[in-house]
Design a protein around this ligand. Structure first.
Ligand code: ZN
Length: 220
């Protein structure tokens, strides 16, 4: 079992399910050849066993030729919520962190073409990298924090989270209308444009203004 890491708290919270939002920045939907729609974007899951923490290495699966980085704002769900209102959705978010949704883009494109589930493009050991969770009592999200990711000191992704099509509370509200969210669940809110390939030896540095940083390197 894996436990969350918090800034300023020793609470032991087992990590639940990771619920990930697909196309939540219009410019990223475009770069993958899709359209951002006014309907809620696609949702997929990752298991908690995929999680590693900042400082640990992402292991490049040998069956992919195109491992991509996706830096994302991650929401920590601190209380159970089902069919939440706007207020309940906001209240269920107890904190924030930086996350990497590592993706096997070649497998994902193959699955998309065939209409198959993305599962094995998104789920593999080390596919989700997490920073420390900042609790809301220590920091209130403004909604326009900068989010960025560098590979070997070159900036690849860099924008404001205000470019999210659905904001943090809207993501929680929608997901809770489809499945119960429980304490310890994490919501990956989607990645901005600039995703790209990484190879063994690459060093990744992700940052969300006022929330934190994340470092990892790609290993064989
Ligand atoms: Zn993602």
């Amino acid at each position: 079992m894996k436990y969350l890491k918090f800034k300023n708290s020793d609470e032991k919270v087992p990590i639940g399910k990771l619920v990930c939002v697909g196309r939540n920045y219009a410019a990223h939907a475009k770069e993958l050849g899709g359209e951002a729609s006014t309907e809620f974007p696609i949702i997929f899951l990752k298991p908690a066993s995929n999680v590693i923490f900042s400082g640990e290495s992402v292991i490049h699966p040998p069956y992919s030729e195109n491992l991509h980085h996706e830096v994302e704002l991650v929401l920590y769900i601190g209380e159970d919520i089902k069919n939440g209102t706007d207020e309940q959705a906001e209240k269920a978010i107890h904190g924030y962190t930086v996350g990497l949704d590592m993706t096997l883009r070649d497998l994902q494109f193959k699955f998309k073409e065939k209409g198959d589930p993305w599962t094995l493009a998104k789920c593999f050991d080390t596919a989700a990298v997490l920073g420390d969770v900042v609790l809301k009592k220590d920091y209130q999200l403004r909604g326009d924090e900068n989010i960025s990711l560098s590979v070997n000191d070159t900036v690849k992704q860099n924008t404001s989270i205000s470019n999210m099509i659905f904001n943090a509370a809207q993501c929680v509200k929608h997901i809770s209308s489809r499945m119960t969210l429980e304490k310890g669940d994490l919501i990956f809110t989607g990645t901005p444009e600039g995703v790209g390939r990484v190879v063994p030896g690459d060093k990744l540095f992700g940052e969300i203004e006022n929330i934190g940083t994340i470092v990892t390197q790609i290993s064989k």
